[in-house]
Write a protein that binds this ligand. Sequence first.
Ligand SMILES: [Zn+2]
Length: 232
Amino acid sequence: MSDLQLLYQVQELDLQIEARRRALQEIEAALGESGELTGARAQVNRLQELLHDQQRQLRDLEWDVEELSRRAKEDEQRLYSGAIRNPKELEGLRRELEQRQERRRLLEDRELQLMAEIEGTQAELRQAESELARVQSTVDAKHRELRAHQAEVTEQLATLSTERARLASTIAAANLAQYEQLRRTKRGLAISKIERSTCQGCRIALPMGLVQRVRAGRDFIFCPSCGRILYA
Ligand SMILES: [Zn+2]
């Protein structure tokens, strides 16, 4: 087999290797993508924080209500103990008691409102958690698929690279170097096939004499238009 035929096989392998490298990059990118998951997780975190905050507010309120009840009870005891006889002082105490009771009613209303809000947040949180679980399991399944594909492509890449190295070792160093150099400057395609007297690399029609020289296959003949090595 001539070096040109061997190089053409090397090029076929290089194209396949390149396609698999691109596939691996795409797989890597897809494995890194987690926009939907990040969004679902952020929603759960937000609701957990909100719930925590509301529960803390409720505990504070409960504490305030308890404190007000305790002090109202003390006021009542003093009011009805008979120890205070001064009418002005009694009136002042009664007003203070009424204010405490009014304040307690307001806080109790707020407590009820907050409890309803907490129930709402808990329901939203349950929904967000089940959405997160759903997204997570979809992503897990997708990742399992991607990893399996990744392993498969990696194995193919190793086989192709071994075969490429084996073939390359049988080709004259200067010819291989010329191929490598053209491959870099001609967008991965150093050798161009001739079909119906046309260079497939640049689609230009080639003179018959040139095509015949390529068919004779003694030297490397270059396309006069794109500069690639012609192969018949
Ligand atoms: Zn050409």
